[in-house]
Design a protein around this ligand. Structure first.
Ligand code: F0G
Length: 465
């Protein structure tokens, strides 16, 4: 049995290693080791995928890029299950054997929309929004959950667990159900949207409502990770990031392999931004893109530890060696109506910061009113998203005003969750009860109308003005 396990580990490791990202450590571990942080120093882990050639060790080289690109493009429209997934279509860059039984719900494949009204609102000539809310459970989390739950099955876990502000929980619940695993989700009691909680209930997860905030749930998860029955599916787990990085590949493909000048993402626990950064890095190493787009992260003002750190950071000159700070000062009591990103101690802050600094992007915060108005503006483009996603457009507006993004440059914002994820927020904004003493600029409350044709036409005429 032990010999069989050892051989399995050796075989899995042919696809790559887990590596500690801290420069003074850099320890490596096999892919089948169930660890979430470096077993030597406790630092964050990242997966380095290797080529599947005969020796199994050939690191992918730039000359491979064009061949991979042709392979990926040929997969569009194929009936093969993995080809139909916007994640597994890029499986050459994922740390799994070709024979792995994948748990997929055809995630990814999310649209990129023009957003002319939002563009004008930001002071841009054009703006596109990649809507990852169009995933099976309504958020970008599915692209990482497909790989995390596939790995959980490979490792023989019984229960997949996460701490969540709602979306990771819903995604984990769904994918664990598909895989026949128990799902357990830790959520801060009374602090997540009812719609997200409803999803987890429906998908059959064991829901633990914790008296505390998300950061308390995350601390508990790190303790639970020691138990052999448990598999931690938060983005601290590098297998999640592997799935999520494919959004960068898909975006590049959708842009004809010419990425925009700027990519703007919301920041919470910092898994998404870390994943985009990794994806862009890999495309650059393969010669599939000519340079890195500037990656910008936007946080909500009341939950912005990384924006605060960034503001006080000596960024050095372009080309300088990066010096990442040792510590992030957490926000003890994070506050925002954008509950998805109500996080004071993001676990993946180092990876995210490294990605932003490498690409010469920015990390800033936006106010509650800025988020709410930007969200309504995205809605006016007929797109819609949940509050956390709207930090992108709110942030772009500020970045344009500050001269970090020029009017004529190309920009893609990443919308992370569906508008129906938090209908209560939408009703309160448009009903005028979201803020005390302030009203959203794009308020659109329903109007009570008498049951007559004349009354309806009169109401419409008034609202045309
Ligand atoms: N947008 C949405 C809709 C989210 O649900 C999250 C995170 C983020 C943005 C931030 O992404 O954490 O990768 O920086 N939601 C997590 C959850 C924390 O539990 O659902 P991040």
């Amino acid at each position: 049995m032990a010999e069989k396990t050892a051989r399995a580990a050796e075989k899995t490791s042919a696809r790559g290693v887990q590596r500690c990202i801290l420069p003074n450590c850099g320890a490596t571990f096999g892919l089948s080791e169930r660890i979430y942080v470096c077993a030597r120093c406790g630092g964050p882990l990242e997966i380095e995928v290797r080529g599947g050639g005969p020796s199994g060790t050939a690191v992918r080289a730039a000359q491979e890029g064009p061949a991979l690109r042709r392979k990926w493009e040929a997969r569009w429209g194929s009936r093969e299950t993995r080809d139909g997934s916007g994640v597994w279509r890029y499986r050459e860059l994922l740390p799994f054997e070709d024979s792995a039984a994948v748990v997929t719900m055809q995630e990814g494949n999310t649209p990129v929309y023009d957003a002319p009204r939002s563009a004008e609102y930001c002071g841009l000539l054009n703006l596109r929004l990649k809507h990852q809310g169009c995933n099976p459970t309504g958020s970008f989390k599915d692209t990482g959950m497909t790989t995390a739950i596939t790995q959980a099955l490979l490792l023989g876990a019984r229960t997949a667990v996460c701490a969540s502000t709602g979306n990771t929980a819903a995604s984990l619940a769904a994918y664990a159900a598909r895989a026949g695993l128990q799902a357990a989700v830790l959520v801060p009691r009374g602090q997540i949207s009812a719609a997200k909680l409803a999803q987890s209930m429906d998908y059959g997860a064991a829901i633990c409502e914790v008296d505390g905030n998300f950061d308390d749930c995350m601390r508990l998860i790190q303790e639970l990770g020691d138990d052999p029955s448990i598999y931690v599916a938060n983005s601290i787990n590098p297998f999640r990031i592997e799935g999520q990085k494919t959004a960068a590949f898909e975006l590049a493909e959708q842009c004809g392999w010419r990425l925009p000048d700027h990519v703007v993402v919301p920041g919470g626990n910092m898994g998404n931004s870390s994943a985009f950064a990794k994806g862009f890095d890999e495309l650059l190493a393969l010669g599939l893109i000519e340079g890195l787009p500037k990656l910008h992260i936007i946080q909500a003002e009341g939950a912005a530890p990384l924006a605060r750190l960034f503001a006080g950071l000596d960024k050095g000159a372009p080309g300088d060696k990066l010096h990442l700070p040792e510590k992030l000062q957490p926000v003890e009591r994070p506050e925002t109506f954008a509950t998805a990103i109500k996080i004071g101690a993001p676990v993946s802050w180092r990876k995210a910061l490294r990605g932003v600094l490498r690409s010469h992007g920015q990390i800033i915060s936006v106010s509650e009113l800025e988020i709410a108005d930007a969200k309504a503006m995205i809605g006016r483009d007929g797109i819609g998203c949940e509050p956390a996603s709207a930090t992108t457009v709110a942030g772009m507006r500020k970045l344009v005003a500050a001269g970090h993004i020029r009017r004529e440059e190309s920009v893609v914002g990443v919308l992370t969750g569906h508008v129906l994820k938090d209908p209560d927020y939408v009703s309160r904004y448009h009903g005028g009860t979201l803020f005390e003493g302030a009203t959203g600029a794009f308020r659109n409350a329903p109007e009570r109308v008498a049951a007559s044709k004349a009354a309806i036409l009169e109401s419409l005429e008034r609202r045309r003005q």
